[in-house]
Design a binder for this molecule. Structure first.
Ligand SMILES: Cc1cc2nc3c(=O)[nH]c(=O)nc-3n(C[C@H](O)[C@H](O)[C@H](O)COP(=O)(O)OP(=O)(O)OC[C@H]3O[C@@H](n4cnc5c(N)ncnc54)[C@H](O)[C@@H]3O)c2cc1C
Length: 407
């Protein structure tokens, strides 16, 4: 009972209320809070009513795409007068999206995180000048095509899509052959950032491939049980011709790809934290309303223990990602830092969503309660952009100096 009273007092004054127990949002400026508040209003009003239905149909609610883009969230004009939007704002933007729905967060992050990072890290200065403004306003939509049907965790050594300079040309055209799997958002992208191994030097290079180019085939991955709204594609590349001008000039080995993954994993840690917030809030609502034995579920000791455990997971994850984001802003940021955050926030997320589902009893497996959606979607987030084991191995290597990936 006392928990409920405290929650309502705090929640009335702050954007994130009890979900942000240690008040990390105090690090945001008023302008940043206002932009995030606009996003919150949009999600509550326009997105939430659609989620259960579209999740069940396995379709993305396309009508949300344009209005979400028009909210100008990536580099909002009002936050960029003196330079790029701050990392803490970018993190809370992901948190807010994921707190509503993991597919929406993944869809947005495919452009704002994965593709933007591919351009930021991989493109030359000249290419960035041309492309980056269009990435930010979504007029050039792209996706990150790394994983292959036969290579996921071992993609660094296993990547088998090939790039070969056209032997008949003057060296300014490449020919790509191979396949990519799980590529999120590919069906609505303009270009696919494809990673392929140069047959001449054996190194990994990256290319922006027109989605409609001859030789590109996209198939939707059906029958997913997680992130059902987000569309993932199996892509086949059969003799696809790409001009040298569309090669990302700063990607010359897998090390450059690893630099991208390092940046992107912290985004996923924010997604995992946002999912926990959404599941926790839904469970808290439920146990306040649902009565058993003539009393609200929230009044039982064992239920309160679960709420406290969920809040502990969420607060620890939020503290972790906030600190990681601060480190990133100061340029103190290593592979193992984002790997640890992705690993730990996802472990916590798995427990939090399972407890939320448990607290909602039988109703916790129907889409009528939000917890079912968060519970199912968490599984994909747990595995993408580096599984638990791979991130643990990155941390383990840093701790011991021994690489244990292939033992
Ligand atoms: C919804 C979704 C969206 C995705 N979006 C994209 C995208 O946009 N772009 C993209 O390129 N990829 C994307 N991926 C791919 C994702 O990054 C891979 O699924 C992930 O890297 C794991 O690869 P895998 O699925 O092939 O699993 P595998 O590599 O086959 O691993 C299976 C299991 O074996 C374990 N394992 C593997 N190697 C070891 C080892 N050495 N030691 C211990 N355990 C090990 C793994 O941890 C895992 O538990 C997406 C995946 C999903 C599910």
């Amino acid at each position: 009972m006392s928990l409920e009273i405290r929650v309502e007092t705090a929640a009335a004054e702050r954007l994130y209320g009890v979900c942000d127990y240690y008040d990390a949002e105090s690090l945001l400026t008023e302008d940043e809070r206002r932009v995030l508040g606009r996003l919150r209003d949009f999600l509550d009003r326009e997105a939430k009513p659609l989620l259960a239905d579209y999740w069940e149909r396995g379709e993305f609610p396309a009508q949300l795409a344009r209005p979400l883009i028009d909210l100008d969230l990536m580099e909002p004009a009002e936050l960029t007068v003196h330079g790029p939007a701050r990392g803490i704002y970018q993190g809370f933007r992901i948190f807010e999206l994921a707190r509503t729905d993991a597919s929406l967060a993944t869809w947005y992050t495919a452009q704002a995180g994965l593709f933007r990072t591919a351009i930021r890290v991989g493109a030359s200065e000249e290419q960035q000048r041309e492309w980056m403004p269009r990435v930010i306003d979504f007029s050039l939509k792209g996706v990150f095509s790394l994983t292959e049907p036969e290579s996921g965790s071992d993609i660094a050594g296993g990547l088998s899509t090939t790039a070969r300079r056209d032997p008949g040309g003057n060296g300014d055209t490449w020919i790509l052959n191979g396949a990519k799997r799980w590529i999120g958002g590919a069906s609505t992208a303009d270009v696919l950032a494809v990673f392929a191994r140069d047959v001449a030097d054996g190194q990994v290079k990256a290319f922006l491939v027109d989605r409609e180019a001859a030789g590109v085939t996209l198939e939707k991955i059906h029958r997913k049980t997680s992130l059902r709204m987000m569309q993932n594609a199996h892509i086949t590349l059969d003799g696809v011709r790409v001009p040298e001008s569309m090669r990302l000039h700063n990607v010359n080995s897998f090390k450059d790809v690893a630099a991208m993954l390092k940046a992107m994993r912290s985004d996923v840690a924010w997604i995992a934290t946002g999912i926990q917030a959404g599941a926790f809030e839904a469970a808290l609502r439920y146990v306040r309303e649902r009565q058993q034995f003539g009393r609200p579920l929230g009044s039982f000791q064992l239920v309160q223990e679960k709420l406290a455990r969920m809040l502990g997971n969420l607060t620890a994850s939020l503290s972790l990602v906030v600190r990681l984001t601060e480190q990133q802003a100061h340029g103190v940021y290593r592979d193992q830092d984002s790997a640890l955050a992705k690993m730990q926030s996802c472990l916590a997320m798995r427990e939090t969503v399972a407890l939320a589902r448990e607290l909602a009893g039988g109703n916790g497996i129907t889409l009528e309660s939000d917890v079912a959606r968060f519970h199912a979607d968490a599984e994909a987030v747990y595995s993408y952009e580096g599984t638990h084991e791979i991130n643990a191995l990155i941390v383990g290597r840093a701790l011991t100096g021994e690489s244990a990936f292939a033992r």
